[in-house]
Design a protein around this ligand. Structure first.
Ligand SMILES: NC(=O)C1=CN([C@@H]2O[C@H](COP(=O)(O)OP(=O)(O)OC[C@H]3O[C@@H](n4cnc5c(N)ncnc54)[C@H](OP(=O)(O)O)[C@@H]3O)[C@@H](O)[C@H]2O)C=CC1
Ligand SMILES: O=C(O)C1=N[C@H](C(=O)O)C[C@H](O)C1
Length: 273
C-alpha cells in the first residue's frame, strides 16, 4: 500500500509496485487535498481509493484483514512523517518510510517502542545509497582525515520541496566524522528555476530533480574535492523503494525480533536489483 498516491513520489512508487508485478493495495491514505473529494486516483490504469485522515483508523482494520502481510510505503510530507509512523507502528504494520524531515530521533524511538519492523531512509536510489555508504565507510576508517578543510554543500530540488535534503543531512554526518564541523543550517538550498537552469538542471526536470554537490577545500585552498550526485526524475527512488518493500516483507516472513533497517542494510544484503 502506498501513501500517498496523490503525491509525486507516492504515485511514481505505486507505478513501480505495479510494474514489478507485486500485489498492489488499491487504497491510499492522503492528506487534506481536494483529491479526497474526487474519491480515487489512477495508478497505471488501476483506480486507487483515497482515504481521508478521519477514515484511516477504520480503513486500516479492514485492510489488515483483507491483505494479510500488508506492507505500507510512505511518501508524504515532513509534517506528517511522525504521526504516520506512529499510526503504522501502533497498527502493527511494517512499513517503508521514504518521507524525509520531521523529528528523526522521535521517529526511531516511536517505532522501536512499538516493536514493528521498518525500513527508514531519506534516500532510496541504489547508486546514491552506495555513495552514502562509501562516505560512511571513509569516515569510519579515516576519522578526522579532512580536519581543517572547509565544506560547502549545495542541494537543488523542485520548488515544492519544503525541507532541506535529507540525503545531504545524512552525508554531512559523515563529513563531520571526517573532521569538519558543519551544521545543517550551512546547507545551501536552491529552489528557484533560474539558478537551477544555470546549475545545469534540464528545463524538463525543474519539477523533479535532486542535484547535490559537496565541495571540500583545504585551509590554504591548494586542494579541492568535489562529490556530486545529480538525479533527474523519480524512477531511481521508486525502484529502490520496491526493493526495500521486498526486503522488509522477506524479513518479516523470516520471523525474528523486529528491527529498523536503513537502505545501506538493504544494499549490503544484495537486495537491490
Ligand atoms: N527517500 C527517498 O529516496 C525520497 C524521498 N522523498 C521524500 O518524499 C516526500 C514526498 O515528496 P513528494 O512526493 O515530492 O511530495 P508531494 O508534495 O508531491 O506529495 C506529498 C503527498 O503527501 C500527501 N499527504 C500529506 N499529508 C498526508 C498525511 N497525513 N497522510 C497521507 N498523505 C499525506 C499529500 O496529499 P495532500 O495534498 O492531500 O495533503 C501529497 O499528495 C518528501 O519528504 C521527500 O523529501 C522524495 C524523493 C525520494
Ligand atoms: O524531495 C525530493 O525530491 C527528494 N528527497 C530526498 C531527500 O530529501 O534527500 C531524496 C532526494 O534528494 C529527492
Amino acid at each position: 500500500m502506498v501513501n500517498s498516491c496523490t503525491g509525486k513520489m507516492g504515485h511514481a512508487t505505486a507505478e513501480a509496485v505495479v510494474r514489478a508485478g507485486l500485489p498492489f493495495v488499491p487504497y491510499s491514505f492522503t492528506g487534506s487535498s481536494e483529491a479526497v473529494a474526487v474519491g480515487n486516483v489512477g495508478v497505471s490504469g488501476i483506480p486507487v481509493e483515497l482515504v481521508a485522515p478521519a477514515e484511516r483508523q477504520s480503513a486500516m482494520e479492514r485492510l489488515k484483514a483483507q491483505f494479510p502481510g500488508l506492507i505500507i510505503i510512505d511518501f508524504t510530507l515532513p509534517s506528517a512523517v511522525n504521526d504516520n509512523a506512529r499510526f503504522y507502528a501502533a497498527s502493527g504494520v511494517p512499513f517503508v518510510m521514504g518521507t524525509t524531515g520531521g523529528d528523526r530521533e522521535a521517529l526511531i524511538r516511536d517505532v522501536e517502542a512499538a516493536g514493528v519492523s521498518a525500513v527508514i531512509a531519506p534516500q532510496m536510489g541504489k547508486q546514491v545509497v552506495a555513495f552514502q555508504a562509501t562516505m560512511a565507510l571513509m569516515a569510519e576508517n579515516f576519522p578526522g582525515a579532512f580536519a581543517g578543510y572547509r565544506l560547502e554543500v549545495t542541494e537543488s530540488h523542485q520548488r515544492s520541496k519544503v525541507d532541506i535534503s535529507g540525503t545531504a543531512k545524512a552525508v554531512v554526518e559523515s563529513f563531520r566524522q571526517l573532521g569538519i564541523p558543519f551544521s545543517e543550517a550551512g546547507i545551501r538550498r536552491v529552489r528557484d528555476a533560474r539558478t537551477q537552469v544555470s546549475m545545469g538542471v534540464p528545463q524538463a526536470h525543474l519539477g523533479g530533480h535532486a542535484f547535490h554537490t559537496y565541495r571540500l577545500v583545504s585551509p590554504d585552498e591548494s586542494v579541492a574535492f568535489e562529490f556530486k550526485h545529480n538525479v533527474c526524475g523519480r524512477e531511481i527512488y521508486a525502484e529502490g523503494t520496491v526493493d526495500a518493500a521486498l526486503f522488509l516483507a522477506a524479513k518479516v516472513a523470516q520471523g525474528g525480533p523486529p528491527r529498523i533497517y536503513n537502505m545501506v542494510d538493504v544494499l549490503r544484503e544484495g537486495a537491490m536489483r
